[in-house]
Design a protein around this ligand. Structure first.
Ligand code: GLN
Length: 241
């Protein structure tokens, strides 16, 4: 069995350790004997909608988001739409998450159009939310680090990934964190989020592998270290928010 991962805009959209998510996805597949291949897509290159099973779209500064948004308004946006419609999966973090929504309205300047693949809309808020982010999802605890001024609001097609326990999450108001819609996941957890949250990594791997291999079962891994890291990070978040 093999797995194909596409890292979107690694030079423009990859801050606060987000690259570690691609490493974690590939390694958790390889530990299971799955041949994981990683390709990168940069601005101006053509996205092949038939290749990848799984996409990673990291966070970035407003300037990077503007450049990437323009690249996605053309053929690459249509290709990504086609890929996700053919049951590929995607994990998006912060700026990448915002660009999968309808739009991101920065503090100054015109709105940055998104792809509308997630029923969410983001507006820059007056505060920058920076700090540990601890939330509870139906599948388990989610722990990460947030750094964003964007406030994201979910529409009826999207559901929250988790409920905030410590930190701000989507907007610091409704206690939601992230969004899920089909096989599209958005989160504000940087850090990188997947090494300390193995349930989320394996959920994405399952979705991705099903795209070309049908129903698969992932052998359990020894996540002793990962879960110890999550417990330690959650403890820090609870005691020193
Ligand atoms: N520019 C966006 C914001 O500040 C996203 C930042 C990020 O990706 N960390 O909300």
């Amino acid at each position: 069995m093999d797995l194909r991962i596409c890292h979107l805009y690694p030079d423009l959209m990859c801050i606060y350790g987000d690259r570690g998510n691609v490493i974690a996805l590939a390694q958790r597949a390889r530990w299971r004997g799955i041949d994981a291949q990683v390709r990168e897509l940069r601005e101006g290159e053509a996205l092949d909608p038939d290749w990848a099973d799984l996409y990673f779209f990291g966070g970035g500064q407003d300037l990077g988001q503007d450049v990437v948004s323009r690249d996605l308004q053309g053929a690459n946006g249509e290709a990504l739409r086609r890929a996700l419609a053919s049951s590929a999966a995607i994990l998006s973090v912060c700026g990448g998450y915002q660009l999968l929504g309808h739009e991101y309205v920065p503090a100054d300047g015109p709105a940055i159009p998104g792809l509308g693949l997630l029923d969410v809309t983001t507006r820059a808020g007056k505060l920058r939310f920076v700090g540990n982010l601890l939330a509870e999802a139906p599948q388990g605890t989610l722990i990460g680090f947030e750094n964003h001024s964007g406030c994201t609001y979910l529409g009826p097609q999207a559901r929250p990934l988790a409920r905030v326990v410590v930190g701000h999450g989507n907007n610091g108001e409704d206690r939601t964190e992230g969004a899920v819609q089909g096989r599209i996941v958005g989160t504000y957890c940087h850090g990188s989020v997947l090494p300390k949250n193995p349930w989320l990594a394996d959920m994405l791997l399952l979705w991705a592998l099903e795209r070309r291999h049908g129903a698969v079962r992932l052998d359990p891994l020894d996540d002793t270290m990962e879960l110890a890291a999550r417990r330690a990070a959650a403890e820090v978040a609870r005691t020193r928010p």
